[in-house]
Design a protein around this ligand. Structure first.
Ligand code: ZN
Length: 157
């Protein structure tokens, strides 16, 4: 039987820089094995109980994936729907659609722009300092839905 786990975390990259944290907000709640959190973290928290503070290291391949060189493309500056000046490191959405990928400007080379559509955390090994807040059995409804419900008992989006 999968568990429903609530936890707080501080996420760091290999240099120790804090990338993200749940501190100061609600804990993350997930149903084990349901794909609600990254696979490598889910797998390594299976044995952790309430009150425990495991440090979990997740290799890039089990987190946001390795960087894919095919996601780096050279395009003509004039074809980009961006007004004004482009800067290296700038990110923007590559299309009108709100599901269009977010791309990052890697380099400006003459009339060309090198764009990277990899996830910003692709290729990054992650370290989570976790604090397990609570562990409980899932409700029948959560099992049917395939995800954990928040403390109000409803589906969260
Ligand atoms: Zn639901």
């Amino acid at each position: 039987m999968p568990r429903v786990v609530s936890f707080h975390y501080v996420l760091r990259d290999p240099t120790g820089r804090v990338i993200d944290t749940s501190a100061g907000g609600e804990p993350v709640v997930y149903l084990e094995g349901a794909g609600q959190i990254i696979e490598g973290l889910d797998a390594q928290l299976r044995a952790a109980g309430a009150g425990e503070k495991p440090r979990v290291q997740v290799a890039a391949g089990q987190a946001y994936g390795e960087r894919d060189p095919a996601q780096v493309q050279r395009v003509k500056r004039a074809l980009l729907p961006i007004e004004g000046e482009l800067r290296v490191g700038e990110t923007f959405q590559a299309g009108e659609d709100r599901y269009a990928p977010v791309v990052k400007v890697l380099a400006l080379e003459g009339d060309d722009v090198l764009l990277d559509a990899n996830h910003p955390l692709a290729g990054v090994d992650l370290t989570f300092d976790v604090e397990i807040v609570a562990v409980r059995a899932p409700t029948a409804e959560e099992l049917r839905h395939g995800h954990a419900h928040g403390k109000e008992g409803g589906c969260e989006t």
